[in-house]
Design a protein around this ligand. Structure first.
Ligand code: DX5
Ligand code: ZN
Length: 217
């Protein structure tokens, strides 16, 4: 289970996104939070910014869509250059069809669960996905405190992945930092999103290296 660290540009300077992408040299992916002020009470960026960012960096983009109607929008993020697209199951009308469409367009398909959404009803969908995202805060804002009540869900999800013999990546997002990443790794997560813990650090690239070392320990 290879550890991957995905800095979230939500905590970066939006006026300098190309430079901020370079500041986390060594990161596996750049995590791009798309918010529509409907699915979550915050508004960030859309397709044109993803298109520009994809041209400005060689680091693959991991787009996390916190939006209504992902069935309509997710394919456009693949076309814009995202290598992985995550939709929220709470917002998707047809998650299986959507995951297949994302894959057919050539990106990794990923599904996210809000903290109150259980994994068990979706066990049969896991083979359709390349990654599952377990939110460890209520989506919408960076810098929130890690919800450690999500650790059992991470553990149960890792067990389901193993039971089915799947290659699925298990991502955690929200409050991941030097003080919480080890618990997440121990519970079975292998892809770690970190916004404030990376971009709030004096040396973001060093913060990525330190988080990786902790998760691998
Ligand atoms: C929150 C976003 C996160 C956010 C995490 O809804 O999905 O990706 O950037 O920020 P931190 O790591 O500061 O909790
Ligand atoms: Zn996110």
């Amino acid at each position: 289970m290879a550890v991957q660290i995905n800095p979230s540009i939500l905590s970066a300077d939006f006026a300098r996104l190309a430079d901020e992408a370079k500041a986390v040299d060594g990161a596996d992916w750049l995590h791009v939070d798309v918010m529509d002020n409907h699915f979550v009470p915050n508004l960030t960026l859309g397709v044109p910014v993803v298109e520009s960012l994809a041209r400005a960096t060689d680091t693959p983009l991991d787009c996390h869509l916190m939006i209504e109607a992902p069935d309509r929008w997710a394919p456009q993020y693949v076309e814009a250059g995202a290598s992985s697209v995550t939709f929220h199951v709470e917002a998707a009308a047809a998650p299986v069809r959507l995951a297949r469409e994302i894959r057919a367009k050539g990106a990794r398909a990923s599904m996210a669960l809000r903290p109150a959404t259980p994994i068990e009803p979706y066990e049969d969908l896991l083979p359709e996905l390349d990654m599952l995202l377990i939110m460890t805060v209520e989506p919408g804002f960076g810098g929130q405190a890690f919800l450690d009540i999500m650790l059992p869900k991470i553990r149960r999800t890792r067990e389901l992945i193993s039971k089915h013999g799947l290659e699925l990546w298990l991502q955690v997002d929200g409050g991941v930092s030097a003080s919480t990443i080890e618990q997440c790794a121990e519970a079975g997560a292998d892809v770690f999103v970190a916004g404030s813990a990376v971009y709030g650090a004096e040396d973001p690239a060093e913060a990525v290296r330190a988080l990786r070392a902790q998760a691998e320990a």
